[in-house]
Design a binder for this molecule. Sequence first.
Ligand code: RUB
Length: 319
Amino acid sequence: MTKKDPLEIIREISQKISKLEIRGATKITIEALKALREFVKYAPKENFHELFKDAINMLLKSRPTEPAMQNGIKYVLYTYNNLAKKNASIDEIKEAIEITSMKYISMIKHAIEKIVEIGWKRIPDDGTIMTHCHSSTVVRILIEAKQRGKSFVVISSETRPMYQGRITSRELAKSGIKVYHIVDSAMRWAARHFKPDLALVGADAITSTGVIINKVGSRLLALTAKEFDIPLYVAATLLKLDPRTAFGEYTPIEMRDPSEVWPDAPENVIVLNPAFETVSPEYIDGIITEFGIIPPSEVLRAFKELYKEIWQISKEYRI
Ligand code: RUB
């Protein structure tokens, strides 16, 4: 095995996550946990504890609005703490970290499979669907619906400033789905013009009261959907629930570098770049989860039922 700097592995992934080279809640989660698994392979025994804590902190800081990743990291951290308390050997700890990371990755993959299985049936045949940004969950649902023989059109908004909507449009078009690509500010125009049957977005975070946090522009879509009586669905695994919100805290909304919006903005122009925003429960007709399609008011109950262990852990680890 060639020697690798274990913290370098984590640093590299954290930077890719921060710079959006790895992006979208599900992908971020899977890559962060894979990196932890890789880290333990190369971490030396002598200062393992110290390095492990640095690795965890680096990953947690890479993107603040990503509870699926944070829940996974807490899950691994819990395993680590239990073994460290019992003075388990570093080899035992390493093995347990690897197993727990893999377990969480398969939990999230399994959850997405279930969501796709449920979600494609909600795609109206011969219908028009509006979406925003790039959610791998939403794209998978739409492609599944297409492969099951449904015919529909998707309106995809470009998602300034980083144009993730182009990824959506490209992936859907490649799968033979007809796409209308619009600028974000044309959302209302598109809704009036096309009279869509459904709006469908992903989520980065879900709060204990069923508020959804997704790419900035999602609430604009929700308001548009409300105005034109278009049902709005959110497709997201319950692993994105931020348990801290049940204990009074808020999920922080990531503010990104202004240069993504306007790299050479004139002096005295203050450019603001919030990455996400909330969509309140009253705008949401259903959340397509691995538990089934549920109303926002049911998310905490479903999360507690499905992920008992993670809920217990999150009560101890309010990080
Ligand atoms: C991506 C985004 C996606 C969610 C869900 O934002 O808002 O809708 O992450 O994605 P960014 P998925 O590009 O800033 O990461 O369904 O793939 O988990």
